[in-house]
Design a protein around this ligand. Structure first.
Ligand SMILES: *[C@@H]1O[C@H](CO)[C@@H](O)[C@H](O)[C@H]1NC(C)=O
Ligand SMILES: *[C@@H]1O[C@H](CO)[C@@H](O)[C@H](O)[C@H]1NC(C)=O
Ligand SMILES: CC(=O)N[C@H]1CO[C@H](CO)[C@@H](O)[C@@H]1O
Length: 545
């Protein structure tokens, strides 16, 4: 099911969770749950998903080991999006919550876990209110007011160091460290934070992460990973070609050098004499040669093909001073075109219409145990490659996921440069603001707003729990510290004490935090509106009873 974001909190007909009619219009393959029951199962489902991922939240959160039932393949991760993607959910409400969390992830690049957890906490609180006979509609109204007050408070605590490049870099490093939460990177967090920030700052404000190539190469340690300018292709030059060329004019193609051969043999020509076969081969060589002549017409010194080039054309190209790379992978070719400013051609007939790629040099380099080609000084000067090294495929995959989240959040932060403090600081400030706003509302609505404030305080509580501390004591201390005006207080999850988050550099993206609060509120509202769940059983064969 695809969750479509219309106006906040609205479902349209056809969406799961959309209220249906109450008359029984269903066949016996369909079951219906209504009112209390439906709401209960919506709450239960969403809260269960929240409980499932909440142990991964925060710097001390645990990893989960996912194993595919069909392939047996195991994945170690603490990335919420990855976990939720891997689990088939049967509860429609859980699906709604997860889908909203995923929309958030697509937009801001991270925060799936936080949205799921906060959404679930909002519903846990709502469940209690419903038990006290408060109408869901009243809860929704209260939650909306609370959401507004929370986001307004977040606006007030947000700090913008975007105009001071040194300070802003520090902010980015701190955000990266917060985001690189995965256990696998925890040892090398500092190092990877720098890699990610350097890569994103190269983009100079662009959020197009396609310019950052991530290459995973098994072997070595994580700390051997590095950032390199330019682009690396996991291929080498043809034989007898120089290992380095400069001032490169590059033709990138996805063209077969031997289509005719396939055609001839494909048609099962009857070849009755060896001489005929020789004729065919000769004709084939002529065709290849004429293609090479056409390639020469582009006046280039490097030719990269997605398909095979074969020995003979490769030799002809080498003789003409053109280096060649054959059988490059699809993604590599697309990205190469992007960063060198060229295009992928499928025919050689119109050199005048073709955009060639440019770079300062291409040379063969050895990475790990493989020879690859490195394109330096590419037309898109911002492009770069992060080479991740690590002992196993699993380590590399988790490092890449974690790095990717960090890169997304960082690149968003170069656009929206405001930041807020982590360690539960921003949540506690929002929670206080919501409590204050609740005092101006009438009884039932204010109860809902206080419930919202409690749900916000659950985030620091979960952080503390995951770090193995006495969360109720710690969060009570944090609360009194912030409510008493120490506005930069937060949880130091290494020592289990209250500390100044500004001093510790526990900084998070304002945009991400705001999106988390908004998306979680939206999810809670959507699910509070549920008063009817309809399940259609899959049709089974042989329904002839
Ligand atoms: C929230 O932060 C703002 C800005 O730092 C501050 O003025 C306000 O007093 C804080 N509120 C609480 C309850 O700490
Ligand atoms: C490359 O060519 C092959 C075969 O002609 C085609 O199937 C494929 O879609 C092409 N890929 C690109 C990226 O153009
Ligand atoms: C990293 C850094 O220097 N951040 C600064 C951003 O701005 C706030 C408020 O002006 C400062 O307190 C931070 O030190």
């Amino acid at each position: 099911m695809q969750y479509k974001r219309l106006s906040p909190g609205r479902l349209s007909p056809g969406d799961e969770g959309y209220p249906a009619f109450s008359v029984n219009i269903f066949g016996d393959q369909v079951t219906e749950e209504r009112a209390e029951n439906a709401r209960l199962s919506a709450f239960v489902g969403a809260i269960a998903v929240g409980d499932l991922v909440k142990t991964t939240l925060g710097p001390k959160g645990m990893d989960k080991l996912l194993q595919s039932a069909s392939t047996g393949e195991a994945v170690m991760t603490n990335d919420g999006a990855t976990i939720l993607k891997a689990i088939p959910l049967d509860n429609p409400a859980a699906k709604v919550l997860v889908n909203i969390a995923k929309v958030q992830d697509d937009e801001v690049g991270d925060g799936t876990t936080s949205v799921t957890v906060l959404g679930a906490e909002l519903l846990r609180e709502a469940e209690k209110l419903v038990d006290h006979k408060i109408h869901p509609q009243t809860i929704i109204e209260g939650y909306r007011l609370a959401n507004k007050a929370a986001v307004a408070a977040l606006d007030r605590v947000a700090v913008d160091n975007g105009t001071d490049s040194a300070k802003f870099r520090d902010d980015l490093i701190n955000i990266a460290k917060t985001t690189l939460s995965s256990k696998i990177l925890s040892q090398d967090k500092e190092y990877f934070a720098k890699l990610a920030v350097d890569a994103v700052l190269r983009l100079k404000g662009s959020t197009n992460l396609d310019h950052i190539q991530i290459m995973k190469i098994v072997g070595g340690k994580l700390a051997d990973s590095y950032l390199d300018e330019g682009f690396i292709l996991n291929k080498r030059f043809g034989v007898n070609q120089p290992k380095k060329i400069e001032n490169v004019k590059l033709l990138i193609a996805n063209t077969s050098m031997d289509t005719d051969k396939v055609k001839i043999f494909g048609a099962k020509f009857k070849v009755d004499a060896t001489s005929k076969l020789a004729d065919l081969e000769k004709a084939e060589r002529e065709k290849m040669k004429s293609k090479v002549e056409k390639i020469k017409g582009f006046n280039i010194n490097c030719f990269v093909n997605r398909q095979l080039i074969y020995d003979w054309p490769e030799q002809l190209l080498a003789d003409a001073g053109i280096n060649s790379i054959e059988h490059a992978d699809f993604e590599g070719v697309e990205r190469l075109a992007l960063v060198t400013g060229g295009e992928v051609v499928s025919t050689f007939d119109h050199p005048e219409k073709v955009k060639l790629g440019y770079c300062d040099s291409i040379e063969e380099v050895i990475i790990g145990e493989d020879v690859m080609t490195k394109f330096s000084g590419v037309a898109a000067g911002r492009a770069c490659t992060i080479v991740i090294r690590g002992a196993t495929e699993q380590v590399l995959a988790e490092a890449e996921r974690s790095l990717h989240d960090a890169l997304s959040v960082l690149s968003q932060t170069t656009r929206e440069t405001r930041t807020v403090l982590g360690g539960g600081c921003a949540e506690m400030n929002m929670s206080k603001a919501v409590d204050t706003a609740a005092q101006n509302e009438d009884g039932k609505k204010s109860l809902a707003m206080e419930a919202f404030a409690r749900a916000l305080r659950q985030l620091p509580t979960i952080l503390a729990d995951n770090a193995g501390f006495d969360s109720s004591e710690l969060v009570a201390k944090l609360r009194s510290s912030i409510y008493n005006g120490m506005t930069t207080s937060g949880l130091d999850l290494n020592k289990g004490v209250i500390a100044d988050m500004r001093e510790l550099g526990i900084v998070e993206s304002y945009k991400l935090k705001r999106a988390v609060v908004n998306s979680a509120s939206e999810a809670a509202e959507v699910l509070l509106r549920v008063d009817n769940i309809i399940r259609a059983k899959p049709r089974t064969a042989g329904r002839n009873h």
